[in-house]
Design a binder for this molecule. Structure first.
Ligand code: AGP
Length: 622
């Protein structure tokens, strides 16, 4: 969603704000702006479109702006009002300037009130209205911090806000009222406030994650934290992030997404190393940690997630049910949230979210906590809301993922869920230790196999790019599969629509004839995921139906599956080393194939691969 960066200190503010906003571009946005404090007040430069437009405005502006040491910036993802320059942030109301992320739900009431007071908002946003509240409070005599605090009373909805006033130069106030906000002390003096740690990580690894209902006052002297309601000072400790700045650069790849696809072998090893205790002599030696202890008493698991994280959990359901014989359901957080779900005792709920901030997933976990249901998060971001609010967390060690399309976080989520399956299977004795030991041994081989698969000139890479070249004129894509390849088919279709904007559907292969087959004709490409597993033969028989209707078939299967290959027009073979793996592990090998298919198709279509239109990396609103 919207990106926020605020800075006060010894450095030139533009040198912190622009790179900070660039680091947040991956979140998706449609307009941008910055506000800088100069001697005669606060000046704003903003524009619809890309951040470069703002940089151009700045380059042509007075030297005093370039030299300013205090300011804030924003990338906007439009909710209320079109993505125009006027609606772009920051907003200035009198001497008050603000940027905002989130939604003010009672903005219509607020607007009526503001108009009655004689103010004349110039934008269509809910955000600008808040500025008038602060202005009026300051006019009544409050200082900036008090005015912001008072203005939050009666405000509905989740948001974060950063506010400055010309009357209090050198002060920046940040408020977290639901949507994420972090702060950091600049080692050179001063402080940074941002919607995401990535904007501050170049200066320090010690990041303060504000709690819901907290306010931070940043000045040249550093940071003071206060409770939003009472104004009382709150003592906060920073979280040390282990993210390296290198992981936030493209590292020679043309896009972050491609780099992140290639990072998968390494992040899988990192995730394994972080979660295992190799001194243990059990088949799945998960180190002793709170999340593991919660699993021990689980008699039923419910996963809640959205998008790609939901796909990872859906694959995990097959693993856990087959290895641990424990009932598992996988729920879309946005649906589960408003359902009267029946939760028998022994239920443990696992929220899967790479960002740890997805509003619906977070809301479910919060709600279940009040009902005393144990909750676990699977998150990639330390200090994120889900990681702090769930009873316990399994972290994926994927490092920062900048491309909007989830790739390396997806495979590391798969890894964590596979570990959960193996661990629970060992505890429940539902699968023999000999089988589990083989599963684990093979799991450890996966990163090595992936590493070979992803070599620049590997046969997989050549086959994928060749296939993309051959279907340039495709009018749409169907991804089909059975078993674990069904959620993988959903993921393949999601990746493709997300970044190449192609018409794409994922289907359980057996469902095709119940409707969607009517769509299949010349010009459609059917991507069939049929590795040699339990479900391969059934999937292949569904394929015959498709072939008869003239679609182009792109098969993904065992490299020596000649029968399947003969049925297909185009072919991507899984590596030979994959043949000896436990069949359950095949999704790990399918995943980079569907990711690369969508990547190369998007490059061919000329889309903005890392920042696809209308999307945001972390979805902090419902
Ligand atoms: C994945 O490519 C998408 N960008 C999206 O579906 C994402 O997985 C979803 O929004 C959930 O995000 P989360 O993992 O941060 O909760």
């Amino acid at each position: 969603m919207c990106g926020i960066v605020g800075y006060v200190g010894q450095r030139k503010a533009v040198d912190v704000l622009i790179p900070g906003l660039q680091r947040l571009e991956y979140r998706g946005y449609d307009s941008a702006g910055i506000a800088l404090q100069v001697e005669k007040g606060i000046e704003i430069k903003k524009s619809e479109g890309r951040l470069e437009n703002v940089e151009r405005l700045l380059n042509g502006s007075a030297e005093s702006l370039q030299k300013s040491h205090t300011g804030m910036g924003h990338t906007r993802w439009a909710t209320h009002g079109k993505p125009t320059t006027q609606n772009a942030h920051p907003h200035k109301t009198g001497h008050v300037v603000l940027v905002h992320n989130g939604i003010i739900e009672n903005y219509l009431d607020l607007k009526r009130d503001i108009l009655t007071r004689g103010h004349k908002p110039v934008s269509e946003t809910d955000s600008e209205l808040f500025g008038y509240l602060v202005l009026d409070e300051m006019d009544k005599g409050a200082n900036l911090a008090e005015a912001v605090r008072k203005s939050f009373v009666g405000l509905h909805g989740q948001c974060s806000m950063v506010v400055m006033s010309e009357k209090e130069p050198g002060v920046i106030i940040g408020v977290r009222n639901g949507s994420p906000l972090v702060a950091a002390v600049d080692p050179q003096g001063g402080a940074i406030i941002a919607s995401d740690a990535q904007a501050a990580i170049s200066y320090t690894k010690d990041i303060f994650f504000l709690d819901h209902g907290e306010m931070v006052i940043a000045t040249n002297k550093g940071l003071v934290f206060e409770d939003l309601k009472t104004g009382k000072t709150v003592k906060r400790e920073p979280v040390k992030l282990d993210w390296s700045v290198d992981k936030m650069n493209k590292g020679g790849f043309p896009h972050y997404m491609l780099k992140e696809i290639h990072e998968q072998p390494v992040v899988l090893v990192d995730t394994l190393n972080a979660l295992l205790d190799r001194n243990k002599h059990t088949p799945f030696p998960l180190s002793d940690q709170p999340a593991v202890r919660l699993l021990e008493n689980a008699r039923q698991l419910i996963f809640v997630a959205c998008g790609t994280s939901w796909h990872a959990a859906s694959i995990g359901k097959y693993w856990i049910e087959s290895l641990a014989k424990i009932p598992v359901s996988v729920e879309l957080a946005s649906e589960f949230r408003y359902r009267d779900a029946v939760l028998p005792s022994g239920t443990v709920v696992i929220g899967v979210s790479q960002s740890g901030e997805t509003a619906d997933t977070l809301a479910v976990l919060r709600d279940l906590k009040t009902k005393k249901i144990p909750t676990i998060g699977i998150c990639n971001v330390r200090g994120s809301s889900i990681s702090r609010e769930a009873d316990a967390v399994f972290y994926t060690s994927a490092g920062p993922e900048i491309g909007v399309a989830a790739t390396k976080t997806f495979s590391s989520q798969l890894l964590v869920i596979y570990l959960i399956a193996g661990y629970m299977a060992h505890k429940s004795r539902a699968t023999s230790d000999t089988t589990l030991a083989k599963c684990f041994e093979d799991l450890v081989k996966v990163p090595h196999i992936l590493s070979d698969m992803l070599e620049p000139d590997s046969s997989m890479v050549r086959q994928v790019t060749g296939a993309v070249d051959s279907v340039k004129d495709a009018k749409g894509f169907f991804f089909i599969g059975r078993g674990t390849s069904f959620p993988m088919a959903l993921e393949g279709a999601l990746k493709l629509k997300e970044i190449s904007y192609d018409y794409a559907e994922g289907y359980a292969a057996g469902e095709l004839k119940h409707g969607p087959i009517a769509m299949i004709d010349l010009g459609m490409v059917v991507v069939v995921l049929a590795p040699k597993d339990l479900w391969r033969d059934k999937t292949v028989s569904n394929l015959e139906e498709v072939k008869a209707r003239g679609a182009t078939i792109l098969g993904i299967g065992d490299t020596e599956d000649h029968d399947l290959k003969t049925l297909c027009d185009l072919w991507v073979g899984l590596p030979k080393e994959g043949r000896a793996l436990e069949k359950g592990l095949l999704p790990f090998l399918l995943s980079p194939i569907v990711q690369l298919l969508s990547y190369h198709r998007a490059v061919y279509r000329g889309t903005d691969v890392d920042k696809p239109r209308n999307l945001a990396k972390s979805v902090t609103v419902e």
